[in-house]
Write a protein that binds this ligand. Sequence first.
Ligand SMILES: [Zn+2]
Ligand SMILES: [Zn+2]
Length: 176
Amino acid sequence: MRAYAQQDHGHDHHHDGADGRHGCGRCAESATERAERLCQERGLQFTPLRRDVLAVVAAEGRPLGAYDIAERMSGQGRRVAAVSVYRALDFLTEQGLVHRISSRNAFVSCEHDHGDGASLVFLICRSCGGIDEMTAPAVESALDATLAQAGFTPTSRILEVEGECGSCRERRRREG
Ligand SMILES: [Zn+2]
Ligand SMILES: [Zn+2]
């Protein structure tokens, strides 16, 4: 099992601002730079709206809904409609730059080059709202066998597991 900790970007990655509104500028920057390059390679338009949506999602580091994204982008005379955010999210999801977390109807950014068909496992912490993305080849082959047996063709293979993350469990143990 290969773990891609969402937090493991080479810097401390806690987004626990008191107002819950501050983002991680370094994550946002590296995500948009990577996306820009990728869109250029694929001959796609990386519009300012798409860039802003990705920056907000990447800075958050945890699943964020379209309305929350729109709200973070609005203000100072700017009003961003959720429908525009959804359209940008569709594009970003198709390009593998963000993933949709169905159980939360929310989105997280992805900076892993795992390719289109990879089966992904998301570990969602119910305490801190954090999320880890993993690829799990063992799960993938077992799932493939089960699907083949059922004669079922998947359009996506994304598993979402809810629970408690290691650091929340650790904190709870320390606090007794
Ligand atoms: Zn991913
Ligand atoms: Zn947690």
